[in-house]
Write a protein of this length. Structure first.
Length: 364
């Protein structure tokens, strides 16, 4: 009953946003109140607009939801590359509308809306999948990938990404791409961190994720889940000694201001993805799907470039204001990985080692 009520609430929110932002009913939208992806596609087909295209092809207005702001690489790449390329190559038959900064809801809410057929596209963080299918938690295992190149090879066209795409199809969505914001690191106000022993007794804010919490516990941390909105104040007041985030968020969200050290722990990938409603995708003309797929390929390349540059810029900016940056060698990271080996057992007991084995083949 709670899930049903939440789904109805999401429908109402998205219907209101449609009115507020002037989005007309289109081939890419379901009528309000649709309760499944197939129903959404049926209602969308009934409302295909053929008048805007001289060759009689349908026109689509596709809303893309993001929780990140307009200065985030994900939004920038969508706005600079994906949106203009799709609109130009389709001759205006496809209109892309971007809604950053959680205008249409949280990652979970908008992902569920895409599953239900009440929203066309969303670009959420990869952690959004775990409540719907816990097999996706493989991406939360510490040191699953030893480099961004390995992660990109595995997820962006590799066997791991293709396998996870199949799981997503079962949930009613088609995955267009996998991306990331680099690896997570950590900041703290107490001391440099080069080994698990350096973390002993530190109180760090971590994501409320069983695998993240288990990893930090294995390193001697007192992991403290809390809402991200409460984190900055907690750092200022000393409620926690540090936090688990990548360089970009640590800098752009100001967390560094109450910290003295940043460690490039690189323990877990900060993944994201780009999805579209499965039935909407299946109902599009093949040439439209090709246009979108080609634009996605260019979008993800641009996002990768922006992320790499953003990490370098943010690390340097933190150094410039006085933070000590601790870079770990491959050998030092392996010590952390060995200490957290038991976290893998948690996953393997439930789902076996198949996905882990696939991922590890890319660590060359």
């Amino acid at each position: 009953m709670k899930k049903f009520i939440r789904a109805i609430a999401i429908v109402l929110i998205l219907t209101m946003s449609q009115t507020l932002f002037g989005c007309g009913q289109s081939a890419g939208q379901s009528s309000a109140g649709s309760s499944s992806g197939s129903e959404a596609q049926a209602s969308s087909t009934d409302n295909v607009d053929n008048t805007g295209n001289t060759d009689g092809n349908p026109t689509y207005t596709i809303r893309v939801a993001l929780t990140v702001g307009i200065d985030n690489p994900r939004y920038i790449a969508l706005n600079e590359v994906f949106k203009p390329q799709v609109e130009e190559k389709s001759g205006g038959a496809i209109t892309i509308e971007l809604y950053p900064s959680s205008q249409l809801g949280t990652d979970t809410e908008t992902t569920e809306a895409v599953m239900l057929g009440n929203l066309e596209m969303v670009a959420p963080s990869s952690s959004v999948w775990v409540p719907f299918d816990d097999r996706f938690a493989v991406l939360d295992l510490p040191y699953l990938f030893i480099s961004l190149d390995a992660a990109h090879a595995a997820l962006q066209g590799g066997e791991l990404g293709q396998t996870l795409n199949g799981y997503a199809e079962e949930l009613g969505v088609h995955v267009l791409s996998w991306g990331d914001s680099g690896f997570r690191g950590l900041t703290n106000s107490k001391r440099p961190v080069y080994a698990p022993a350096d973390l002993q007794g530190l109180k760090l804010r971590c994501m409320e994720n069983a695998y993240h919490l288990a990893a930090f516990s294995s390193w001697g941390v007192n992991p403290t889940p809390m809402a991200y909105s409460e984190l900055f104040t907690a750092l200022q007041q000393g409620t926690v000694d540090g936090q688990d985030n990548g360089a970009v968020l640590s800098y752009t969200d100001g967390m560094y201001q109450a910290q003295k050290y940043f460690t490039s722990l690189d323990h877990i990938l900060s993944g994201n993805c780009f999805i579209i409603n499965k039935d909407l995708w299946a109902g599009m003309p093949e040439d439209y799907r090709t246009i979108i797929t080609d634009a996605v390929d260019q979008y993800i390349l641009r996002q990768n470039e922006l992320v790499t540059q953003s990490i370098e810029d943010c690390v340097k900016a933190m150094e410039d204001v006085g933070l000590e940056v601790n870079y770990l060698t491959a050998e030092q990271k392996q010590v952390f990985a060995d200490a957290a080996a038991g976290v893998y057992d948690m996953y393997i007991e439930k789902y076996g080692s198949e996905l882990i084995d696939i991922a590890k083949t890319y660590n060359k």
